[in-house]
Design a protein around this ligand. Structure first.
Ligand SMILES: Nc1ncnc2c1ncn2[C@@H]1O[C@H](COP(=O)(O)OP(=O)(O)OP(=O)(O)O)[C@@H](O)[C@H]1O
Ligand SMILES: [Mg+2]
Length: 274
């Protein structure tokens, strides 16, 4: 349905200080309270560099709060967060591309101008940033909307722009909060497939929050289930890798009895986590 990606985002050089070192993302005893609300309670998580962790859990259990703490937008009340060797908030922020649950597109900028913001922030000229973003606009079916403002777009289109902006930032850690929730099922499958292929080409450390258990199991190599608030990790399942991309490989995976059993296991954990 979309044009094939014509060129990959630029790779980080091996001397880049943001390259993964040792453990990717590590949370130890992380706790966060908002007023009277205990959002996250003593969470421990390890996401090895270049691995993909899926987080599922009941609404309000603190998943988005966890992502905000990983990328340094908010600080935990207790515990430590380490991202590729950086424990301070600016260091964590420099290593993470965060796709928030609600898109934070700037209303006065068009699609292209929104998508290139992270590259402009990294010091690229508007022209160079646009040149790098353009192939992704084509690939994600957004080229015809390049000059549209967010208010002129459907929710699904805005979500695609937000996803594009996150991957175009070209950071070693991707934090994705319900990245495909507003998309129709065909577009969602296409972008999931694109993400799998992209990560196979250029591995990154990924934390994916989703309400869609199948999505978590298709994209991640480990899925954890969080309890109702205050969120704690109550179950963790390892997901065996699968080969191939495209609709046929996806259908085969979804029908695989081992996959179905894994999905049922996660759903059962979710049921008891409520
Ligand atoms: N900035 C904030 N101020 C006050 N309370 C907050 C704030 N952010 C989150 N909370 C509260 O913390 C709890 C966890 O919120 P969070 O958004 O992390 O949940 P979630 O698991 O992402 O939920 P959902 O699945 O609905 O997106 C909720 O009770 C929420 O109301
Ligand atoms: Mg959330």
């Amino acid at each position: 349905m979309f044009a094939r990606r014509s060129s990959p985002p630029p790779a980080l050089s091996s001397s880049d200080p943001l390259q993964p070192v040792g453990t990717g993302v590590e949370l130890r005893g992380v706790t966060k309270r908002f007023g009277q609300t205990d959002a996250v309670a003593s969470a421990d998580l390890t996401v090895p560099a270049h691995s993909r962790l899926g987080i599922v859990g009941p609404s309000g259990c603190g998943k988005s709060t966890l992502l905000s703490m990983i990328c340094g937008l908010i600080d935990p009340d207790a515990g430590t967060v380490d991202v590729l060797g950086a424990a301070d908030a600016p260091g964590r922020l420099a290593r993470c591309a965060w796709m928030p649950q609600r898109d934070l597109l700037l209303p006065w900028r068009g699609v292209l101008a929104n998508a290139r913001i992270p590259l402009e922030n990294q010091g690229l000229s508007r022209r160079e940033a646009s040149r790098r973003v353009q192939p992704l606009l084509d690939r994600f079916g957004l080229a015809e909307f390049a000059d549209h403002r967010p208010a002129q777009l459907s929710g699904g289109l805005r979500q695609r722009v937000s996803f594009l902006r996150t991957v175009a930032a070209d950071k070693p850690v991707l934090l994705l909060d319900e990245p495909f929730g507003a998309l129709d099922s065909i577009t969602r499958a296409d972008l999931q497939d694109w993400l799998r292929a992209m990560l196979a080409d250029e591995p990154r450390t990924v934390v994916l929050v989703t309400h869609d258990v199948e999505e978590a199991l298709l994209l991640c190599d480990r899925v954890v289930v969080m309890s109702a608030r205050p969120g704690r990790v109550v179950a963790s399942v390892d997901v065996p890798p699968y080969a191939g991309t495209g609709a046929a490989a996806r259908r085969a995976r979804l029908a695989d009895p081992d996959f179905v059993a894994l999905r049922d296991t996660v759903l059962a954990h979710l049921e008891s986590a409520r």
